[in-house]
Design a protein around this ligand. Structure first.
Ligand code: RFL
Ligand code: PHB
Length: 390
């Protein structure tokens, strides 16, 4: 098989890249390890920056988003019972949209299928060769048959556990990471959201977040220690704990119901530098992970894809490779700024358990009071929350 761009991974990064390349007349093949059904069953992100919705529009996949997305203009930060609303629309002129990653992925699949895009599912044993030449090759198995894909560029969109990053020589690769000693226990339920806007709450018992997927479907999270077992969390126990961490007025209004999905995700930061080596490029979770606080993971994946799709288009239009040469530097600049924001928001809103000291607890309180009393502080929060400019 031959194509211009070989894409490993059919999550949001890989599918969006192949769709944007298609819109620009560039041929690609997507190789995905799992079945389409499996990819679509993953419950993940749900909060899209305006830049992300613009990219989905540019890719011609914004119909569902325009019809069913919920636009938000502000967010509530609650600290030990005191509330600070950040009017991010008033401060920045930008809105955020609630629309699930599952729906984004489904819309992208539909678009790729409509234009007869090549997405191969259930591929295994991917091996990358000749990455240091202009004719790299991807070997893989599809339905037990050995195949090979020749291309001009390979893009690794295969998430943190994928094979692409591993193919980068150790001698040029630098990996930076920092983990938190806690995770988020998330519940999805067919109940109306407790508040029309998102509520991030810091409480002595730990962080809580009230989010949503639609006007009838809620997404709630609570901070839990890393060794917590999901089986120990009945729905009743989850709702009781969530209520304890919310302001009493909000807790009284919470409508509970059976969970549709329940899982624990660890919180950590990870960045791989560079994001390009010769013919190999990395995008999305394959190159970086941010703690979920602030919902930057999916949005960062989209900004990588934006830079890369534009650079590839320029290259194929006029053999101008400056965008490709700049990709790693440009993408990493935004990645590090988003990593900083997600990391510091995580520090502000979570109970560090045994790591806490009276000093760090006072610093957190001071930071919250700064947000409460300074419009400049709220503007800085808002600028990062709605997504830094590309
Ligand atoms: P993905 O979504 O992980 O997709 C990678 C795809 O590559 C496939 N793959 C392979 N294919 C072929 N060969 C191999 N060897 C392969 N290895 C892997 C995988 O099957 C998969 O289909 O990465 P991508 O596309 O870069 O997208 C990134 C986003 O998915 C991610 O940033 C966010 O979902 C992160 N994230 C969240 N972000 C938010 O903004 N808000 C959230 O609330 C939120 N919740 C989450 C999350 C990530 C989670 N994970 C990964 C643990 C909750 C969870 C549980
Ligand atoms: C979500 O709805 O999953 C979500 C929203 C906001 C965040 C993180 C996750 O900061």
């Amino acid at each position: 098989m031959k194509t211009q761009v070989g894409i490993i991974g059919g999550g949001p990064s890989g599918l969006l890249l192949s769709q944007l390349l298609y819109v620009n007349g560039i041929d690609s093949v997507v190789l995905e390890k799992h079945s389409k059904q499996h990819v679509l069953s993953r419950i993940r992100a749900g909060l899209l920056e305006q830049g992300t919705t613009q990219m989905l529009d540019e890719a011609g996949v914004a119909a569902g988003l325009s019809k069913n997305g919920l636009e938000h203009e502000g967010v509530d930060l609650v600290f030990e019972g005191r509330s600070c609303r950040v009017d991010f629309f008033g401060l920045t002129g930008k809105k955020m949209t609630i629309y699930g990653q599952t729906e984004v992925t489904r819309d992208l699949y539909e678009a790729r299928e409509k234009s007869a895009g090549c997405v191969l599912h259930e591929v295994s044993d991917i091996s990358l060769s000749a990455l240091d030449t202009e004719k790299p090759e991807i070997g893989f198995y599809h339905h037990d048959q050995a195949k090979s894909l020749q291309c001009d560029f390979v893009v690794g969109c295969d998430g943190y556990h994928g094979v692409s990053r591993m193919a980068m020589p150790e001698a040029i690769k630098r990996e930076y990471q920092s983990s938190f000693p806690f995770g988020w226990l998330g519940v999805l339920s067919e109940t109306p959201p407790v508040s029309p806007e998102l509520v991030y709450a810091y409480h002595q018992r730990g962080f809580a977040l009230c989010s949503m997927r639609s006007t009838t479907r809620s997404r709630y999270y609570i901070q839990v220690p890393l060794d917590e077992q999901i089986d120990d969390w009945s729905d009743d126990r989850f709702w009781e704990e969530l209520k304890k961490r919310l302001p009493p007025g909000l807790a009284r209004e919470l409508i509970t119901g059976p969970s549709i999905e329940k899982s624990i995700a660890p919180l950590r930061s990870f960045v791989c530098e560079p994001m390009r080596w010769k013919s190999l490029f990395l995008a999305g979770d394959a190159a970086h992970i941010v703690p979920t606080t602030g919902a930057k993971g999916l949005n960062l994946a989209v900004s990588d894809v934006r830079y890369l799709s534009r650079a590839l288009s320029k290259y194929y239009q006029s053999r101008d490779s400056r965008g490709l040469d700049n990709y790693s530097r440009q993408a990493l600049a935004r990645v590090w700024k988003s990593s900083r924001f997600s990391w510091s928001l995580t520090q502000l809103l979570h109970q560090p358990y045994d790591r806490d000291s009276a000093f760090s607890s006072r610093i957190r309180r001071a930071e919250f009071e700064y947000l409460l009393t300074s419009e400049v502080a709220r503007l800085s929060f808002a600028e990062n929350y709605v997504g830094l400019p590309y």
